[in-house]
Design a protein around this ligand. Structure first.
Ligand code: 2RA
Length: 338
C-alpha cells in the first residue's frame, strides 16, 4: 500500500531534508505534494528524480492526503487542524502541540507505542531533546535516572536556512574587516557563542531549556527525572552537541554504559580516547544516528556518568525522526483512512 504525503514548509532546511529522507528510506509514497508560503510557491524541487512545483498551503492542500509532514513554524497552528479534518495524520515538527496531553510526543527508539493513541496529530520533539532522550533511554531502563545536567552546543542550522546564511555572511564580514549586523541571532555568531536560544521564560531559563526539561519527562513517561539545561548557540553549521551529566539510582560503570549505549538502536558509540575517537559535528552531519562518546564515570558523586552526544539535528533531530514516526503510523495501521 502507498500513501499520499504532503510536506508543509517544503522549501526550508527541514522541509528539504524531509524530501531527501522520504526518498532515502523508500517511504511508500503514492503522491508527494509540496507546500509552503506564497514567498516560496512556484519553486521546483525534486523527489525521486521528478520535479515537483511548490504550492501555497491552503486548507484544501490536505484533500485526499494520508500523511501531512509539517516542517515547523506558524503553519502548524494555522493548518494542522484543517489537515486532520480532511483525514490526514499530521506529524508536526513545531512546538505548537508538543505539550498537549492529547498529543503523543514521539521518539521512535524511545516511546513508539504512544503513536497508537494519536487523535490526528503527532508531535516531533525539539531537536536537542530528541538527541538527549535517545542517549538517556538505555541508561534509564538499566539504572533509573534521577537527574540530568546538560549543556548544549547547537548549530546555526537549528535556526533554519537563515541561520546558515548568517554564519556565512558574518564569517566573511569579520575576515574582511567589515561591519557585522546580527539579524537571526541576538549577537554576532561568527567567532562567538551565545548562551541564549529562543526567548527567556520562568526562572531566567530559555524556552529551549524548558523544552529539554518538559519534553524529556513526557517522552520518557517519568516526571521524576530532574533535568536542568543550558542551551548555547555555536558557530557550527550542522549537528548539535551535548555534554550530559547523569545521576542514576543504581551505580552504572562506564563499561556497562558503553555496552548499553552500543546495543541501543539508533546509537553509534564512538569512544576511544587513546585513538582520539569521539563524536564531532564534522563527522556526524548528514547521518541519521545519534553518536555518543567520552563515556566516563563522574567520580564526584556516587552514581554519576558523563557522556558526550552529537547528532545531525536536521536529520535525527527533525526530518528523520518525523519520517520514522510516519513509518510507525503505517506499521501500526493508525492512519485516519483505512
Ligand atoms: C534550535 N532547537 O536549534 C532549535 C531548532 N528546533 O534553534
Amino acid at each position: 500500500k502507498h500513501f499520499n504525503v504532503v510536506i508543509v514548509g517544503a522549501t526550508g532546511a527541514v522541509g528539504q531534508e524531509l524530501i531527501k529522507v522520504l526518498e532515502e528510506r523508500n517511504f511508500p509514497v503514492k503522491e508527494l505534494k509540496l507546500c509552503a508560503t506564497s514567498r516560496s510557491a512556484g519553486k521546483v524541487l525534486f523527489f525521486r528524480g521528478r520535479p515537483h512545483t511548490v504550492e501555497v498551503t491552503t486548507p484544501d492542500s490536505f484533500e485526499g492526503m494520508d500523511i501531512a509532514l509539517f516542517a515547523g513554524g506558524a503553519a502548524s497552528k494555522e493548518f494542522g487542524p484543517a489537515a486532520v479534518e480532511r483525514g490526514a495524520v499530521v506529524v508536526d515538527n513545531s512546538s505548537t502541540f508538543r505539550m498537549d496531553p492529547a498529543v503523543p510526543l514521539i521518539v521512535p527508539e524511545v516511546n513508539p507505542e504512544d503513536v497508537k493513541w494519536h487523535k490526528g496529530i503527532i508531535a516531533n520533539p525539539n531537536c536537542s531533546t530528541i538527541l538527549l532522550v535517545v542517549a538517556l533511554k538505555p541508561i534509564h531502563d538499566a539504572a533509573r535516572i534521577k537527574r540530568v545536567v546538560v549543556a548544549t552546543y547547537q548549530a546555526v542550522s537549528g535556526a533554519g536556512r537563515e541561520g546558515i546564511d548568517e554564519l556565512t555572511a558574518q564569517t566573511k564580514a569579520v575576515l574582511e574587516q567589515r561591519e557585522v549586523k546580527p539579524e537571526v541571532f541576538p549577537y554576532q555568531i561568527a567567532f562567538n557563542l551565545i548562551p541564549h536560544i529562543d526567548v527567556f521564560m520562568d526562572l531566567d531559563y530559555t524556552k529551549e531549556e524548558w523544552k529539554m526539561v518538559k519534553e524529556t519527562q513526557k517522552i520518557m513517561h517519568d516526571e521524576s527525572i530532574a533535568v536542568t539545561a543550558t542551551t548555547v548557540r555555536v558557530p557550527v553549521y550542522r549537528s548539535h552537541s551535548e555534554a550530559v551529566n547523569i545521576e542514576t539510582e543504581r551505580k552504572i560503570t562506564a563499561a556497562e554504559a558503553r555496552r548499553l549505549l552500543g546495543e541501543f538502536p539508533g546509537i553509534v558509540v564512538m569512544d576511544d580516547p587513546a585513538g582520539k575517537k569521539y563524536p564531532m559535528p564534522l563527522f556526524t552531519s548528514h547521518r541519521d544516528e545519534v553518536f555518543v562518546g567520552r563515556i566516563r564515570e563522574d567520580n564526584s558523586i556516587p552514581n554519576g556518568l558523563n557522556i558526550w552526544v552529537v547528532a545531525d539535528q536536521i536529520r535525527k533531530g527533525a526530518a528523520t525522526n518525523a519520517v520514522q514516526i510516519a513509518e510507525l503510523v503505517v506499521k501500526y495501521g493508525c492512519l485516519a483512512r483505512g
